[in-house]
Design a protein around this ligand. Structure first.
Ligand SMILES: NC(=O)C1=CN([C@@H]2O[C@H](COP(=O)(O)OP(=O)(O)OC[C@H]3O[C@@H](n4cnc5c(N)ncnc54)[C@H](O)[C@@H]3O)[C@@H](O)[C@H]2O)C=CC1
Ligand code: BAL
Length: 523
């Protein structure tokens, strides 16, 4: 058994015990490669992220820069063991061996347990990721519980079709079989929420799982694993292997006995995963990747409301959001007035310690992310954009980045073209609807887009013209579990949420049935 650690949460006085092993077959176990693995992981981590020695194999509190604890980092062999456990469960206790009613019952039970432990999980999430406890509890975890319950509702409704072939001798029907063993690779920006988005539809369809949480935020995935046991899932149905991306993530993507990989993260890594899938066993792949989403404000919009949604779009989760509305386009007739409102609103946003009730946003997750954001801010300044808010480092500890607004941007600037994943907004002026559609779509990405207007015909025209998987009209960044989510262009492949996600975890089998035709022989 790998030994759990007890973490003292100084701000609340709570002690949280976190398992530190790999979760395989409902047990927390050490890596089979023992000490060698730690050394190996350390060397790999330095190669992958040379600028961030200090994170090596430890989890850091980004508000204080203190080490929270060290956890076991899984190796390729550990992935093999977890995949074998998932395969065995798929063939024996899960997959087609359990009814949808039973899957539904267990998923609902897991949702109840997460709801019961929401405060503790939120504190752990805040500690490891930095986000405010209240946001982790009420939004990330609240939505995760709802997501599990939504898919629990689907578990006994995974239905095929009955298809008439002719009326006398033949018909066909389809079965939506679980696809099998799924590798799920999740990022650090919404550790619990992305866990739920992946786990819930996979379980509902009857798949088994090897989960690889981000090496930066593995703690809540391990804590959730305890609840998996308590809920009563059979061993091997959900396995969790914390590991480096280049080790565990790569091993899952190229594994010959993994039937599907679901991924959320950067476009660069998504490309690697797809390549590994193609080179190994052509496993099914779904990718939820980066974005550079436009948010458009037309002159007829309710400006006060539009400014609030613009704020939610770029400041929620301190901008570490794949759908962050990072490119703001404002019609020239209202430009000065609207920007003044936005600046005032952004000044009211408190970025601080996630354990401070007044914080609307926490620090960014890591030194690596902090350095990346400031290198973008520097490039914006050097390329001639003007920071009218923020853009400066704070003294003291913690990876805090204040809301930053750049104006006078041009379409070729790095801050306009590349995903920053921080609270950094670039603003440009436009004259006409045609012009803004053109510039909004001038990006390699196509994840989210927003528009604000009180002209219904304009809302219909523009939402239709924007190249994005999700378009928000007179709102931004609001997602619900029954509506699909995913990207166009280089923002991804496949859909999460809604009934669409079920297609990602099922394989359609067609059964042709002959009840009357006699075959003449020879042919
Ligand atoms: N779409 C989204 O929600 C996210 C986008 N990002 C973007 O990516 C940038 C870099 O952040 P990272 O944490 O380095 O992202 P990343 O895409 O490398 O990490 C996401 C997950 O992929 C895993 N991974 C890394 N290399 C892998 C590989 N070769 N094979 C399989 N899995 C692998 C990681 O361990 C992690 O679990 C961010 O600044 C942001 O722009 C990051 C996180 C989430
Ligand atoms: N906000 C949707 C999920 C993501 O950012 O990864």
């Amino acid at each position: 058994m790998a030994q759990p650690v007890t973490i003292n949460v100084a701000s609340t006085g709570r002690k949280i015990t976190v398992p530190t092993g790999l979760f395989i077959n409902n047990e927390f176990v050490p890596s089979v490669d023992s000490k060698e693995t730690i050394e190996y992981v350390y060397v790999r981590m330095l190669r992958e992220h040379p600028a961030s020695r200090e994170i090596c194999d430890r989890c850091i509190n980004p508000a204080t820069e203190e080490v929270i604890c060290s956890i076991v980092a899984g190796s390729e062999k550990d992935i093999d063991i977890a995949v074998a456990a998932a395969r065995k469960a798929f063939k024996t206790t899960w997959g087609k061996n359990v009814t949808g009613f039973e899957r539904s019952r267990l998923i609902n039970k897991l949702a109840d347990l997460i709801e019961r432990d929401a405060q503790e999980l939120a504190e752990l999430e805040a500690l490891n990721n930095g986000k405010p406890v209240k946001i982790a509890r009420d939004f990330d975890i609240g939505d995760s519980v709802a997501c599990l319950r939504y898919y629990a509702g689907w578990a006994d409704k995974i239905l095929g079709q009955s298809i008439e072939v002719d009326n006398k001798t033949k018909f066909a029907f389809t079965r939506h079989d679980p696809i099998g063993v799924c590798g799920q690779i999740i990022p650090w920006n919404y550790p619990i929420n992305m866990w739920s988005w992946k786990v819930a539809p996979a379980l509902a369809c009857g798949c088994t799982i090897v989960m690889k949480p981000s090496e930066i935020t593995p703690l809540t995935a391990l804590k959730l694993s305890e609840l998996v046991v308590e809920a009563g899932f059979p061993p091997g149905v959900i396995n969790t292997v914390p590991s480096l991306g280049s080790v565990g993530g790569a091993a899952l993507s190229s594994h010959k006995d993994v039937d599907k990989v679901a991924f959320t993260g950067s476009t660069v890594t998504g490309r690697r995963i797809m390549e590994a899938a193609a080179k190994s066993n052509l496993k099914k792949v779904s990718l939820e990747l980066g974005g550079k989403s436009p948010n458009i404000v037309f002159e007829s919009a309710d400006l006060d409301q539009a400014a609030n949604w613009v704020g939610l779009g770029i400041l929620y989760n301190t901008g570490q959001d794949c759908t962050a509305g990072s490119r703001l386009f404002v019609q020239d007739t209202i430009y000065d007035k609207f920007i003044a409102i936005v600046v005032e609103k952004f000044k009211q946003m408190k970025i601080g310690d996630g354990f401070d009730e007044a914080s609307g946003g926490g620090p960014v997750v890591s030194k690596m992310q902090y350095d990346k954001i400031f290198s973008f801010i520097e490039s914006g300044k050097q390329e001639g954009a003007k920071a009218i808010l923020g853009g400066e480092k704070r003294p003291g500890k913690g990876y805090f980045v204040d809301p930053t607004i750049f104006v006078d941007v041009t379409p070729d600037m790095k801050i306009v073209r590349e995903e920053i994943f921080g609270p950094v907004l670039s603003v440009a002026k436009f004259k006409t609807e045609e012009e803004v559609i053109e510039i909004a779509n001038d990006t390699a990405y196509g994840l989210g887009a927003g528009l604000h207007s009180n002209d219904a015909n304009q809302c219909m025209r523009v939402s239709q013209a924007l190249e994005a998987g999700t378009v928000w009209v007179n709102q931004y960044n609001i997602l619900t579990n029954n509506v699909p989510f995913g990207g166009k262009k280089q923002s991804g492949i496949g859909r999460e949420l809604g009934s669409y996600a079920l297609e990602e975890y099922t394989s359609v089998k067609a059964i042709h049935w002959n009840y009357g035709e006699k075959l003449d022989w020879p042919l």
